[in-house]
Every structure is written in structure tokens, then in C-alpha cells.
Ligand binder design. Sequence first.
Ligand SMILES: [Zn+2]
Length: 483
Amino acid sequence: MMDEITKGVREAFAFLCETPHGSGNEAALCGRLADRLRRDGYAPDCDEKGNLYCDLPASDGRADAPRVLLQAHLDMVCAVGSPDYHPETDPIRPIERDGWLCTAGESSLGADCGAGLAVMLWLAEHPAPGRPPIRLICTVEEEIGLLGAREIPAERLADAAYLINLDGFRFGRMVVGAAGGLREHFTRPCPSAPAPETPNGAAYRLTFSGFAGGHSGFDIGKKRANAVLLMGELLRELRMEVPFALVSFTGGTAFNAIPYTCTAELVTIAPARDVIESLADKLCARYAETEPEGRLTVEEIARPAQVMDGGAASGLLTALGGFADGVYALHPETGAVADSSNLGHVYQADGQLCLDAMIRCVDGQAEQALHQSHQLVCGMCGFTGQITSRYSAWPAEGDSKLVSLLAQAYRARVGQEPEISVQHVGLEPSFLREKNPNLQCVCIGMELADCHSPQERWKLDTVAPFVSMLSDTLTALGADSAE
Ligand SMILES: [Zn+2]
């Protein structure tokens, strides 16, 4: 039976691999999936965004059991490992190597989330005994901002009690909650002024580089340097020793990325290279262990005619000094990051200074507190702020009925305790739960490695126990109707 499951799921996955399905290019795969489900006797349909739905009726006598949603995303990240591979048109060619399914290295495998989709197809074609009513949901454009999940009409979720998302990549890990996200944008007028007369001074371009940066969800707990805040600190200290006028300031790349680089240009009243370099040495020494490549480059540049208005420059440096950034709170039980903030991008555009930041919190009050502190500090420095997008936290549900049943099935199949985890990034259940707060949600998966890269692979001996665990859980949820 175990071999039959693995064989069947692999066949379903091979079917998916025939049609390219990078983000935004899911329609062809979606059409073929719908055709296959229709052939199996179901009646799938799509919403306006292109998300696919398919109801699987309950077993006899189980029609009153609460509905279960099984969900995975249709799109994949097309990482290319060979110039001859064209992700828009070429199929994926899975091969088996050392117990893993992978490609020969020409492209990513798309097991994220094709593995989950293949399991859904297998379950549609091999119904679990005593199953409750099930709805399959296949979303588009997950990998480029969970765009499909955001657009699911609430009616599609209203009649369901449970959501099992199949986008996990560790067999045995059950994600039971996720931080919410709030994106901030602050702006301040930044007029220019004539450069000061500084006959004994000089002009410099300072660039912090070589820091690790990273994702503001996955990496914020790693105590990495924020190059923008480091530049702010350096300039505030420099100001005490050698007065200067700021010419420009730009750092980071996006609200959700930790800045690994920052550049500032300035005009000083006296030569300042030595002072700048010794201040930079002191700051970089703080990260010598973890980010030894981090450094400041100082270049002398031609004197500009114009500089940043003094009020704007002071406002910026003070705001950077007061901006709450990094880890704000840890989970009391797991020690993982619970609440955090990342000032990810500082730039000048259309005569304005702009700051973009991202707050991630499991706790709504922490989110409020961080946002208010940003508003307060930036407000005192002449900035006005706005929230450009926001999604709710998925509060941890470690003791829900759904998670208990899954954990029980996992113990029975594998003989180990599952790992219960809360993520610091937004996941599709965050958006689905927002539309139906009564949904009990969990995210699970088989063992995948190196997703989003040509080395992506899928451990084949986790397929059958995963499917069996899921099947057992569906049967248990079907028995719910008797109560
Ligand atoms: Zn995924």
C-alpha cells in the first residue's frame, strides 16, 4: 500500500510537471487540473483571480461532518540552472537520486508546492474512508506576495471548519500560527540648500557594504547589522566631532529586507577621513564575529553645489536614532521571534525623504505599540506616515482539535512527536483565516530541501507516511458528525 501511494503521488506530480507554471503563468496548469478532476467526476471551478476550487463529497453518512479545506498553491519559483532551460515553455523533468526526487540541475523541481497539489489529486482519486466534505483550493501567485489567497471570496470559506495547508517543507512540523504584517511608509519634505562655504573642508561618499542583510521575517532574529541604522549612528557621532552638511542618503532595497548597504554623501568643515574611519571601525567591530565582510568605504568626491536642507538632515538622523528596529519580543515558550520591526529602505524621491518599514507581530498590542512609536518618533522629526498594507496575525492554535488529530495520526504512523511551530512570516492561512476567523488552520508538508533553487528536492520516503497521516486525520474528522 505504501508503495502504491508513493507511485500514485509521483504520477500525479509528473502530470503537473508537464505544464510550466511559474507565478502569473498558472492558467494552463489550472485548466489541465480542472479537466482531470472533471474526468474523475468532480465539478471544479475558478474565481476571477484564477484560484481553483473543487468540492469532494463526503462518504456515505458523513455529509453532516464539518467541511475540511485542503489547500496548496499552483505557482512555483522557476529557478534556472542552465542557459538551455526556458521556464515559460519547458516542462520540468523530475529524476530520482539517492531517495530524493529532483531535477538534473537545469531547473527548480516545483515540489513547492507541486508536492501538495499531487497529494490533493491523489486524495481526490483515492478517497479516504469515512471522509467529511472536502474542498480543494489551489491558489495562484503565492510566491509573489500570496496574491491569490488575498483574493479568495469569503463565501468560498464560510461553510468550512478546518483548513489544512500543504505548503510545509518539513515532515513532522506543524505550523499552527504566523505573525501578522504591517507595512509603513513615512515621508518628509527634503528641500535642497546651497552648499556651505567650507574652504578647509572636503566632500565624501561613505558606503557601508558587505553585510549579510536577509529577509525581515526569516532573518530578523539573527542580530544582523541594519546598514541604514549603522550609517545614522555613524553620522550622529561624526556630527559631534566634525560638523557637516548632508548631501544625500540612501540605503536598503525594500521594506521586508534587512539593509545590507547604505550610502551617504556629505560636505565637512574640515578633513574628516580619519575620524570617519575610526568611527566605522568601532561600529563594524560589533559585527566582526557574525558579519566579518561588513565595512565602510570612504571616497573623496567633488564638492556639490547643493546639499540637503539642515532641518531635513537633522530630522532624518534623529528619526533613525529613535526608530524601534529589530526583535521586539520573543515567544515565552519557544524562544522564537514573536514581534519585530525592520526599517528596510531609506531613499529620496520627488523632493521627499522616504522611509519604508515592516512590522511583524503575533500580538496585536505589540503591533500597535511599535507602529505608534514609529509614528511618534517620525512625527517629531517632520515625517508623516501611513500604513500601506496590513494583514492579521494567525494566532497560534497548538491545541486545536485539528492539530491534536494530526499529531495523533503522526505519532501513530511515525512513532515520534511532531514539532509544533509558529512562523514569523505571513502564510496563506493568515489571509484565509482573516476571511473566516472560525477556521482551525494548520500548515504541514513532506520533506523538501533547497526550495526555489535548481537543487530543490523532495524526499520520497516521506510521501506515503504523510498521505497516510492525512488520510487518517480526514477519517477522524469525518467521524465528527456523530457528535
Ligand atoms: Zn510554497
